[in-house]
Design a protein around this ligand. Structure first.
Ligand SMILES: *Cc1c(COP(=O)(O)O)cnc(C)c1O
Ligand SMILES: [Zn+2]
Length: 421
């Protein structure tokens, strides 16, 4: 290999070199990038990272990018936030809970910036001028933003009924948006045909293996931010089921290179009950998931036929973790809980993660003294529709002190009435 990575079939292990394809032609299984870790070991030591900027490209040697790669922009490098108040509310030891806050990922405020980061490097390599994706919202935002910066034409495909904020957050960058009458699974099937017909780089279709590696950087950052240690548990939202597997791959790679001590990590998968093919498969101990028709406010996770669903279920099971799902009402409560305790406003997917974590703790699957990281993947400003009705506007008052005093009285009165019943 002139590169120290190439595509391999996940099932028959056949090598496919580096090319824009996501399925093995022999057995129709998905392809994944496999790396030459001995070569990586010679290229980089853990100490070398100290002098690099804190963003996803500090782990370039582990990513499918060219030698002497110059990062086009500073994607990733998000905070790992200690969450003692949330821990206390959930019944964990206050020092043991962390939120990996990709709600503030650069540039488009979701973890999808990471996958688009590596996908566009591949798009450049393979000579695509037009790039696109099938998206539940965040991916379209990330493709549009980074395409604008890097000079690709962007054409994204979305279900027609996505949240208005997510559509606007794509349109503003000048991307062409094709709204499809159908759900994500319909959109994705169409995109597979488009990738065949046109010479376009669809980041989660024909560039999917390159896209998926970008997710590893969330795992690398978590380990580094814990002081080059692995956590005991991670709770990860699942849509296509890719991110959870790539965090696991990142942890394995760090162990292989000797950058962290080997240790069992339990992987917990989170879904919304209205679209829960993977968590249902885990709970039923099924080898394969049954596709579902999504119906949930967690639109970013609403993939009824997840490409990596069976792999995600297998990982969860073999790691000793578990998967669960929460109702739309629980998602809303969990969004409020993260905001009220830690000052972090996450989108519905984050509500799914926090809500499922709450359940797992109540069920005794996550122990108080273990180190647990919740993967918060997107920003609450993108899904305000989901919680707006929880916060009706208060009455406006006149700009006068008496008016404010009267207002306070009425509020205190209301409290007193509520307290006294
Ligand atoms: C896409 C997405 C996920 C899940 O990603 P998969 O890798 O497809 O499982 C989680 N959270 C948010 C906010 C997303 O946009
Ligand atoms: Zn194969």
């Amino acid at each position: 290999m002139s590169d120290c990575y190439e595509l391999r079939c996940k099932e028959c292990n056949k090598p496919w070199g580096n090319t824009p394809r996501s399925f093995c032609e022999d057995c129709f299984s998905p392809l994944e990038l496999s790396f030459d870790y001995d070569a990586i070991k010679k290229k980089v030591r853990r100490e070398d990272l100290a002098s690099r900027t804190f963003n996803m490209w500090r782990y370039s040697e582990f990513l499918p990018v060219p030698e002497k790669f110059q990062a086009p922009s500073a994607v990733g490098g998000t905070p790992l936030v200690a969450a003692p108040k949330l821990a206390a509310r959930l019944g964990l030891n206050p020092g043991n809970l962390y939120l990996k806050n990709d709600a503030v990922c650069f540039p488009s405020l979701s973890f999808k910036d990471r996958v688009v980061g590596t996908a566009l490097v591949a798009a450049r390599r393979f000579g695509f001028e037009t790039v696109g994706c099938s998206s539940t919202g965040n991916l379209a935002n990330a493709v549009a933003a980074q395409s604008a910066q890097q000079g690709f034409d962007a054409c994204v495909f979305i279900p027609a009924d996505l949240e208005a904020a997510k559509v606007l957050n794509t349109a503003v960058y000048g991307a062409r948006i094709v709204r499809i009458n159908g759900n994500y699974d319909h959109v994705n099937r169409l995109c597979a045909q488009i990738a065949e017909r046109f010479k376009w780089g669809l980041v989660n279709v024909n560039l999917r293996p390159y896209y998926a590696e970008g997710s590893k950087t969330q795992g690398f950052e978590i380990a580094e931010q814990l002081g080059w240690r692995l956590p005991d548990n991670v709770v990860v939202p699942m849509a296509g089921g890719s991110l959870i597997g790539k965090i696991a791959k990142a942890f394995r790679e760090l162990v292989t290179l000797g950058w962290v001590e080997a240790k069992p990590v339990k992987f917990f998968g989170a879904q919304a009950t209205g679209c829960s093919p993977i968590s249902t498969a885990v709970k039923n101990n099924a080898q394969r998931f049954d596709p579902q028709k999504p119906n949930t406010i967690a639109r970013s996770l609403a993939i009824g036929n997840p490409a990596d669903g069976n792999y995600a279920a297998k990982l969860v099971r073999e790691s000793g973790g578990w998967a669960d799902d929460v109702s739309d009402a629980e998602i809303v409560e969990a969004i409020k809980l993260a905001a009220e305790t830690q000052g972090i406003f996450t989108e519905t997917a984050g509500g799914v993660t926090v809500g499922v974590a709450k359940r797992l703790i109540e069920a005794g699957r996550i122990a108080p003294e273990e180190t647990t990281v919740l993967s918060i993947t997107g920003n609450g400003l993108k899904t305000t529709d989901a919680i707006a009705s929880e916060f009706p506007l208060t009455e406006a008052i006149a700009p006068r002190l008496e008016a404010f005093e009267a207002y306070l009285d009425s509020q205190l009165g209301a409290h007193a009435v509520a307290a006294g019943k």
